[in-house]
Design a protein around this ligand. Structure first.
Ligand code: 5AD
Length: 356
C-alpha cells in the first residue's frame, strides 16, 4: 500500500494496525510528510481555526530523585546547578504571566521530594484563589494515585506525563531499574480516571528507538486518547550517559506530529521547545504540521539556564515578555493568532466554559 493510502485510512479509521504503522513510518518521502502535514493543518484549522493556545511554563525546581539516562537534570548530574523556587517566587511568575495574557500556568519540575502533597496542594489553592479564570497544568512526574487525587481536588486541571516509549524493553534502556514501564502506565491511567486532561508523549530519536517502538507509541496514543500529546526531538545533554548520541530527526518529528493530529483531531498538541531548539523556525514548522499550542517560558530569568534537560535549550536567555513576543511574532508570520483563554480540550469545555 502507498503511504498516502495509509494516511487516508488513518484519517478515516483513526487507527492503523501495527504492520501498517511500521509500513507508514519506514522510508517515507518528503512528499509523504508534506501530504500528511497539509492534511493535519486542514484538520487543525477545521477544529481550532487560526487559533494557537499559549501556556506559560514555570520550571519551579530542577531537583530530581530520578536518574533518566537522557535527562540533563538527572540525579547523577553533579554539574547541574540545583534550584527550587519558593512559593512566593512561583506566585510572582503567575502574576507576571497573567499580566502578559496567560490563562494557563504549567508547573513543571524534577521529581523533588520537597513538594509534598500538602505543599503542592497549598500552592495550587493559592494560584486558583488569585486567578480563578486560569487553568493549572502539572508536570511533576510519577506520584501515587492519592497524591494525584489531592492535587486534582485542590483545583489542578491538567497533567503532563510523557510515556516516553510504549515498549517495555525500550523503556528499560532509557531509565534505571528503579523506574518501571508498568508504573508509568499506571500513573497515566490514574490521571485519566481521576479526571485530569492528561498528556502523554515521546521524544523522537532516543537511543534504541526503532520503527517498531514508534509504531507502538502511535498505537498506544490511539488507544489511550490523551487530551494532550508532547512530541519533540531527543537532544543529547553533555553530562548524561547519552551525551554522544545523535539528535532526533526534525522531519520524523514533524511527520509524527502530523500523524498524531490526523489520528486525534481534537488533541492539544504543542509545538515543543525541543523542536524550536533543533531549528530556529522549528516551532513554526510544528504549527504548520498540525500543532495548536505553544508554551513560552515563564520561569525567572536567573534560573532558566539551570533547567537544561538538553543542550542549548531555546529561549534560555530571554525574559518572559521576550519569549512571548518572539513566539507571537512567529505565529503571526504564518497567519496564526495567539488567543487569550484557558484553551481546554473540547471534551472538558463544558466544565470550564465561562472561562473561555
Ligand atoms: N531531549 C529532549 N527531550 C527531553 N526530555 C528530557 N530530556 C530530554 C532530552 N535530552 C523530555 C522528556 C520529559 C520532558 C519533560 O522533557 O520527554 O518527559
Amino acid at each position: 500500500m502507498s503511504k498516502r493510502e495509509l494516511i487516508d485510512i488513518l484519517n478515516k479509521e483513526k487507527m492503523l494496525s501495527h504492520e501498517q504503522w511500521c509500513e507508514l513510518l519506514t522510508d517515507f518521502s518528503e512528499e509523504d510528510r508534506l501530504f500528511a502535514g497539509e492534511l493535519a493543518l486542514k484538520i487543525t484549522e477545521a477544529n481550532f481555526g487560526k487559533n494557537v493556545f499559549f501556556r506559560g511554563i514555570i520550571e519551579f525546581s530542577n531537583i530530581c530523585k530520578n536518574d533518566c539516562y537522557y535527562c540533563g537534570i538527572r540525579r547523577s548530574n553533579k554539574e547541574a546547578q540545583r534550584y527550587r523556587l519558593s512559593e512566593e517566587e512561583i506566585l510572582l511568575c503567575c502574576r507576571e504571566g497573567y499580566r502578559l495574557g496567560y490563562r494557563t500556568f504549567v508547573l513543571q519540575s524534577g521529581e523533588d521530594n520537597y513538594w509534598t502533597d500538602d505543599r503542592i496542594t497549598t500552592l495550587i489553592g493559592c494560584i486558583k484563589a488569585e486567578y480563578p479564570d486560569c487553568a493549572i497544568t502539572l508536570s511533576i512526574g510519577e506520584r501515587s494515585r492519592e497524591s494525584y487525587e489531592a492535587m486534582f481536588n485542590a483545583g489542578a486541571d491538567r497533567y503532563l506525563l510523557r510515556h516516553e516509549t510504549a515498549d517495555k524493553d525500550h523503556y528499560a534502556r532509557l531509565h534505571p531499574e528503579a523506574m518501571s514501564f508498568e508504573n508509568r502506565m499506571l500513573c497515566l491511567n490514574d490521571l485519566k480516571e481521576i479526571g485530569f486532561q492528561t498528556g502523554c508523549g515521546i521524544m523522537v530519536g532516543t537511543p534504541y528507538q526503532t520503527i517498531e517502538t514508534l509504531a507502538k507509541d502511535m498505537e498506544f496514543m490511539g488507544e489511550f486518547k490523551p487530551e494532550m500529546v508532547g512530541i519533540g526531538p531527543f537532544i543529547p545533554h553533555k553530562d548524561t550517559p547519552f551525551a554522544n548520541c545523535e539528535t532526533g530527526d526534525r522531519e520524523l518529528t514533524l511527520f509524527l506530529l502530523s500523524l498524531t493530529r490526523i489520528m486525534l483531531p481534537e488533541v492539544l498538541l504543542p509545538s515543543t521547545t525541543a523542536l524550536g531548539t533543533v531549528a530556529s523556525d522549528g516551532r513554526i514548522q510544528g504549527v504548520l504540521a498540525g500543532c495548536n499550542v505553544v508554551m513560552p517560558n515563564l520561569s525567572p530569568q536567573n534560573v532558566r539556564k539551570s533547567y537544561m534537560l538538553y543542550d542549548n535549550k531555546a529561549g534560555s536567555e530571554l525574559s518572559a515578555q521576550e519569549s512571548l513576543r518572539l513566539l507571537q511574532k512567529q505565529m503571526e508570520s504564518i497567519g496564526k493568532t495567539i488567543v487569550i483563554g484557558r484553551g481546554d480540550h473540547i471534551r472538558y469545555k463544558g466544565k470550564c466554559e465561562e472561562n473561555d
